[in-house]
Write a protein of this length. Sequence first.
Lengths: 114, 115
Amino acid sequence: QQQVKQSPQSLIVQKGGISIINCAYENTAFDYFPWYQQFPGKGPALLIAIRPDVSEKKEGRFTISFNKSAKQFSLHIMDSQPGDSATYFCAANTRGSTLGRLYFGRGTQLTVWP
Amino acid sequence: DAGITQSPRHKVTETGTPVTLRCHQTENHRYMYWYRQDPGHGLRLIHYSYGVKDTDKGEVSDGYSVSRSKTEDFLLTLESATSSQTSVYFCAISDRLAVPTDTQYFGPGTRLTVL
C-alpha cells in the first residue's frame, strides 16, 4: 500500500510557466512533508518542507501548499526555468516515530523547455 | 553530498553472485537507510539502521541483508543477485536529534547491473 500518492508522473512546462505537482496521503499521523529534488546522476536533496501547522511555505520560487482537511499538499514552482528540470519527490513522516522513516511518492519528472 | 560516500559507484555482476555495497558517512549521524530507485517506483526503502547493530526491514527487503558494525558504515548485501535487483541504490543518513528537521541526506548512488 502506497502511503503517499504523487501526480503527475511527468510534467512538461514552458520556461516562465508554473509547475504544479500534487501529493496525497491517508495517514493522519504524518506531520512532516518534505519535497526532494533530484538531478540526473545525483542523489535526492531536500528542496523545501512544511509542517501541518501552516497552510503555505514559500522559499524563493518554490511554494508548498498544504490542505490538512483534504490530506493533500502540492509543490508550485513559479517562473519555471530549464535549470529546474529534475525529478521531484514528495514525502511524509511522523516525527513521533522513533525510526525517522520517510514515505516517498513515486516521483515527477519535470522538463522545462526554453 | 553531506559527507556520504558509496562504493562502488558502478558495478556489473552475474546472476547468483553475492554483492556488497558500502555506505560510509563522516557526519556521525545515528540513522542510516538503504533505498533502491527504479523507474515508476520512486524510492523504496530496503533496510534501515537506528544504531550500531540495530537494523530493521523496509518495504522491499527480500533478497537483501545489512550490517552495521560501526556508526560510519552501513553495508548492503545481495545474497544471490538476480536480474530484478538491477537498480540504482542510494544510502541516506539522518540525525533525528537535529530538531526541528528530520532531513535525510542522500549519497551519490550505486548503479548495479545484474546480468
